[in-house]
Every structure is written in C-alpha cells, then in structure tokens.
Write a protein that binds this ligand. Structure first.
Ligand SMILES: N[C@H](C=O)CCC(=O)O
Length: 434
C-alpha cells in the first residue's frame, strides 16, 4: 500500500520535474521514499508541530528536519533573531561576537568541550574531529560501529546507517579501498568485541567515534557498560573518544547523551539543534587536543561560512529557549507518552510492536522486543513498517520514511497532537491486522 497522491497533485508534478534535474528528485537520499515507496512530500510551510505540503494538506511532523526543530517550526523568537541579524549582512568571513557567545554557550552546557570550532554541517564536524584525533595521536586507524552514521565523509561511509542502510548499500561506492582500510568496524553494543580489538591493536587506534545513542539505524540505546568500556579502553590505550552528538546534542538532555549517561568523551561533535534549523556544526573537546588545530597547530581545517552570523543567531535563540527550567523533562514526558500510546494501540490490535524514547528522540519497531543491536534492527518487520508509514501519512502524520531512522518530538507537540497521532496509529494498526 502506498500513499494516495492524485497523479495531478502539485506534489506529484514537482517530484516528476525534480527527478529530471536532481538525482532521485531529492537533495538527500533519505527524503526519496525509496524503501517505503510512493511520492516524497514537498513542503511549503511549518508552524509549531505542523507542516503543510504543496497541496495544502497538513501533517503532524515527527521528523523535525531530522532533529534540529526541537522547538517546533517557525518559533517566533528564532525567526525574530534571524531577521534582526540578517539585516546586518548575511556573512562576513571574519570573527563575530555571536560566535564567541555560541562558544561560551556550548562550552558551558557541554563542559567536556573545553574548546570548540564552528563549521557548517555535522559531516564537517565529524570529518574534522577525526583529522584532529589523527593529528593528535599520530595514528591512522579509526573505529566506528556498524549502523552508526557520522555524515558522508569517505572514511565514515563504511557499514553506515541512515540513508545507506535504507537503500541497502551500507558502504558507498567512490570510497578508495585504501581510505576505507583505515576504518575498523565493530557491532554496536558488543563489549567483548570492543575489548578484544583494543587488546590486540589498541595502540594503533587514533579514535573511536560513536553515536552514544544511535539514531541512524532506528533508535538503539547503549547497553549498560558499553560506553563505560569504550571510555576505559580509550583512556588505557591513548585513543581519542569522540561522541558524535550531532543528533543527541541538546536533544536527549541539555548536556546531550554524555550528560544523560555521565560519560566524558575527549571530543564531541554537534550540529542540528545548535543551528536552530540553519546549517551549523561544531566540534570540540579537550583543549590540548583542540590546540592541534591551525592556526595554532599543524592540523588544517577551514570554512568560508563557518560561524555564519545568521545560522549562529538561530542557534543561540534556540539554545536560550531550551535552557528554560523543565524543558527537557517536559519534552521527555511528551515523547514517552506518545510511545506509551502507540504501544497500547498496537497491543489492542495484536500487532507485534515495541517503542522507546530518550529525551525528545524515539524509535518504533515492528518487533516484540526493543532491538539492542544492528542484527535485531535488521530482523524487525520492514513490510509492516512500510504499511504503517503510509497509513499514517494518509492520516496526516509525517514519520521518517525509513525503518532505519529515529523520530523526533518537539516542544510544540501537545496533547492534541498526541491524541491525533495515537488515533491515527490505532486505525493504521487495525488496517495492518487485516
Ligand atoms: N539520518 C540522517 C541524518 O541525521 C538523515 C538526514 C539526511 O541524511 O538527509
């Protein structure tokens, strides 16, 4: 079953035209509805928890631009900050006071980041953090985990999640074997494999990069001891521990997953929420490591639009609002209530279904148990997900078009949105049973 979009709809027409000029009709593969089938939705407006497409159909949004829109769409204070700063020029390519304010905000809220540098995307942040880790340690090998996605830099497209998993090609063509050879991979949550690898070649590993909560193979939480063991092994063997918090930063807690799980990485990468919906990334960490960066040290990294004033203004306005007392308690409670409602609806209809949330991130799975590994995610019922996705989309509920992406709730989602979503889910589960 795929979504009923009339062949003459503006969405359909736009998609047909786009496919002639843009590969797959989209500017990022996960948008293409490749695994779920059907026509991607072209949006023209968002407000709070809601989106409107080019055919004027409304949707409750659970993607939130893949994480950044933690306040919901078009928050008045964020839009006002953007308007004010944009009136004074869109870019200087030179330092600004707001960049410093952003650095002060990030290093205060994420204290493991003693120094920070702003870039324009999460991909740039992870790519740069790895270069610094290699420069700092003088080692080449990096370790990542199967199903984790750290942006689209060459070395990180090995056994990656997100769109690569959705398309069924977890390692990309176009990456030289020599480059990929330095990337080691292990199963996420496999403590024994981690300890064995470090015992064998720990002194060759420059860094371990990990999504402390994986949001790119659906949502997979770390089992107790996994992040702790990683921290201990990196310390013992002199490897740099990088938490990729592009997704979890200011999303699962004010201090990110490292605060949630109380583990201190050596470096952290950020993106998404810190740009408030505009393109920003950041990487930072221990000052002795960050001092390797040019112009102080020998590791080069640069960007014409790094620290862009408009993007930083949107991010600062967002970071000010998420610091309101009780913000994350409420966001977590809303997200958990949604998961509880979905589970109850599924069980009423006898559908094998599980769900979990961490802060404002969630995972829904067509399996009896919440998966804790890549293999368990792969074993969930993808066909049931696809049917559910399209029933929900028809009912005006916009979920990620892939069984391998986490979902996101914003501060603008309230009781009405939750009730509407659970009602739609109940109908979708009922249809699935038939
Ligand atoms: N999972 C991806 C990033 O977080 C989804 C966004 C994209 O690749 O377009």
């Amino acid at each position: 079953m795929t979504t009923t979009i009339k062949p003459t709809s503006r969405n359909q027409q736009l998609f047909e035209r786009s496919q002639k000029l843009i590969p797959g009709g989209v500017n990022s593969p996960v948008r293409a509805f490749k695994s779920v089938g059907g026509t991607p939705i072209f949006f023209k407006r968002g407000q709070g928890a809601w989106l409107w497409d080019e055919d004027d159909k409304s949707y409750i949004d659970y993607i939130g631009s893949w994480g950044p829109m933690v306040l919901g769409h078009a928050h008045p204070e964020v839009i006002a900050a953007v308007r004010e700063v944009a009136g004074n020029s869109l870019s200087f390519g030179a330092p600004t006071a707001r960049e410093l304010e952003m650095a002060e905000t990030i290093t205060t809220l994420v204290p493991s980041m003693e120094q920070v540098r702003l870039v324009s995307s999460g991909t740039e942040a992870t790519m740069s953090a790895i270069r610094v880790a290699r420069g700092f340690t003088g080692r080449n090998k990096i370790l990542k985990f199967e199903g984790c996605y750290h942006g689209h830099a060459d070395a990180l497209l090995v056994k990656a999640g997100s769109g690569l998993l959705t398309l069924g090609t977890p390692s990309s063509a176009g990456v030289p074997a020599e480059v990929a050879a330095h990337t080691l991979t292990l199963p996420y949550n496999d403590i024994a494999a981690l300890e064995t690898l470090f015992a064998e070649i720990g002194d060759q590993i420059a860094c371990v990069i990990v999504e402390p909560v994986v949001g790119n193979m659906n949502l997979v939480a770390p089992v107790p001891g996994f992040l702790e063991s990683m921290r201990a092994q990196c310390t013992k063997h002199g490897a740099v521990l990088i938490f990729d918090e592009v997704m979890t930063g200011f999303r699962v807690a004010l201090g990110g997953a490292q605060a949630y799980y109380n583990i201190k990485p050596d470096m952290t990468t950020l993106g998404k929420v810190i740009g408030g919906g505009l393109p920003v990334g950041a990487f930072g960490g221990r000052a002795d490591i960050m001092q390797c960066l040019a112009p102080v040290g020998p590791v080069y990294q640069a960007g014409t639009l790094s620290g862009n004033p408009v993007a930083v203004a949107a991010g600062l306005a967002t970071l000010k609002l998420v610091q309101a007392p009780g913000f994350y308690e409420k966001l977590s409670a809303t997200t958990k209530a949604l998961m509880d409602g979905l589970k109850q609806a599924a069980h009423q209809h006898g559908i094998p279904f599980s769900a979990q949330s961490i802060g404002g991130m969630f995972g829904i799975y067509f399996s009896e148990q919440v998966p804790t590994s890549f293999d368990e995610v792969m074993a969930t019922d993808k066909e049931a997900f696809n049917q559910f996705f399209h029933s929900m989309l028809d009912a005006g509920i916009y979920l990620g078009p892939s069984a391998f992406e986490a979902g996101f709730v914003s501060a603008a989602h309230g009781a009405d949105e939750l009730a509407g979503t659970i009602e739609a889910a109940s109908q979708a589960f009922s249809a699935l049973r038939k």
